[in-house]
Ligand binder design. Structure first.
Ligand SMILES: [Fe+2]
Ligand SMILES: [Fe+2]
Length: 190
C-alpha cells in the first residue's frame, strides 16, 4: 500500500469510530471528507499543485474534529499536531510532511494559504459545502434549535463566509453556482 492508501484507511477507521460513538453519529467521510478529497484533486490539476500533498492534506485536514481533540475553533492547530503524529508513524519524509501540515494548519480560509497546495485544500473544503447542501441544513438545525429564522440566517452567513473565503481564481469559477445557491436555497437574488 502506498502512503495515501495507508492514510485513507487510517482516517476511515477513525471516522467509523466517531460515527459509532459520537452523539451526532456524523459520517465525516460520506458527508464531507470525500468531497474535499475529490474537489481538491480537480483544483490541484487545474492549478498545478502537488497531488500527493493535497490528497494527504484533504484526508487529514479535519482529523482533530474526527478524533474529538480540543475545541472546534482550534481544530487546525490540533489537527496539525495529530497529522504529524500519524505521518511520523509511517516515516513520511520531513520536507513533504511540512507541506501536508501546512495544508492542515491553513485549511480554514484560502486567505491563510501560503502556497498552492494550501489553497487547493482550503478552497476544496468550501466547495465540499456547495456539493452537499443537505449537510449544511443538518448543521444549521443542530446549532440553532430548529428556529427557522435562525436557521435561515445561519445558512446565509455560512454561505457568504464560504464564498468570501474562496481564493479569487476559484471564486470566479464558482460565481454562478454561488448565485444559484443564493437564489434557490436561500430564496435571494444577488
Ligand atoms: Fe475544518
Ligand atoms: Fe473540512
Amino acid at each position: 500500500m502506498n502512503i495515501i492508501d495507508i492514510i485513507e484507511k487510517e482516517v476511515k477507521e477513525k471516522i467509523d469510530e466517531y460515527k459509532a460513538n459520537a452523539e451526532d453519529h456524523y459520517d465525516f467521510w460520506n458527508e464531507h471528507i470525500k468531497y474535499v478529497y475529490i474537489e481538491n484533486q480537480k483544483l490541484a490539476e487545474q492549478y498545478g499543485a502537488d497531488i500527493e500533498i493535497v490528497k494527504l492534506g484533504a484526508l487529514l485536514h479535519d482529523i482533530a474534529l474526527i478524533c474529538k481533540i480540543g475545541d472546534r475553533k482550534d481544530h487546525h492547530i490540533n489537527g496539525k499536531i495529530l497529522a504529524e503524529e500519524i505521518l511520523n508513524k509511517y516515516s513520511y519524509p520531513k520536507e513533504k510532511m511540512d507541506r501536508v501540515l501546512s495544508c492542515v494548519y491553513n485549511h480554514r480560509s484560502s486567505k491563510n494559504a501560503t502556497n498552492i497546495e494550501d489553497l487547493c485544500v482550503a478552497d476544496a473544503d468550501i466547495i465540499a459545502h456547495f456539493d452537499n447542501i443537505p449537510m449544511l441544513f443538518n448543521s444549521a438545525y443542530n446549532r440553532n434549535n430548529i428556529n427557522l429564522n435562525e436557521v435561515r440566517n445561519w445558512l446565509k452567513e455560512s454561505f457568504e463566509k464560504d464564498y468570501n473565503d474562496l481564493s479569487n481564481k476559484t471564486k470566479e469559477s464558482y460565481k454562478e453556482q454561488y448565485r444559484l445557491i443564493c437564489k434557490i436555497v436561500l430564496g435571494e437574488d444577488i
